[in-house]
Design a binder for this molecule. Structure first.
Ligand code: NI
Length: 187
């Protein structure tokens, strides 16, 4: 399973709407998912979308570590053709980072509660609900399928920052930047 190169901001494949998957018997599908998992793991990401490995298809994967979701782990989930429906108008600002925008982090408003629906690798439809960080990751990943990167969602570009600058400045203040909560795990 090779690690794939990750497309970075500016690449055309990250700006386009990705295509629906229609052929669930396509033998390249499980191979792509395996390679995406290898790539995400190597990059220490919590999420990855197919366009980030230059494949313009509506496929994303993510997981949510328990410590970022009130103690409840969301195991690795592979979503094909996902659709999100917000169940509240309430949005929260939270730090995000992205493997396609390396080194940077910024505060992004996201719906705090959503429902989402997707197909699994067999083509079966799955429906779930999500809140808080779980909801944030799903919104971030699905944006990749519509050519949207998190800086395009920011309400105040002033928080866009290099992670290492935030770390250096926090250290100078005698503080530790809690990067678990502030965009350490890119999506
Ligand atoms: Ni991303």
């Amino acid at each position: 399973m090779p690690v794939l190169p990750i497309a970075r901001m500016g690449a055309d494949v990250l700006k386009r709407r990705a295509e629906e998957v229609t052929d669930f018997k396509d033998p390249s599908l499980p191979a792509l998912v395996d390679n995406m998992l290898e790539t995400m793991t190597e990059a220490r990401g919590v999420g990855l979308a197919a366009p980030q490995v230059s494949v313009p298809k509506r496929i994303v994967m993510f997981f949510v570590p328990a410590e970022r979701n009130k103690g409840v782990e969301v195991p690795l989930t592979v979503m094909i053709n996902p659709v999100i429906t917000p169940v509240t108008q309430e949005q929260d600002e939270g730090w995000e980072a992205c493997l396609s925008v390396p080194g940077l982090t910024g505060e992004v408003p996201r719906y705090t509660a959503i429902k989402y629906r997707y197909q699994d690798l067999s083509g079966a439809t799955v429906e779930r609900e999500a809140e808080d960080f779980h909801a944030r990751v799903v919104q971030h990943e699905c944006d990749h399928l519509d050519g949207i990167l998190y800086p395009m969602r920011m309400s105040d570009m002033k928080s866009l920052a290099f992670v290492d600058v935030l770390e250096t400045e926090a250290r100078a203040r005698g503080e530790t930047l809690d990067l678990d909560e502030e965009g350490r795990n890119p999506e």
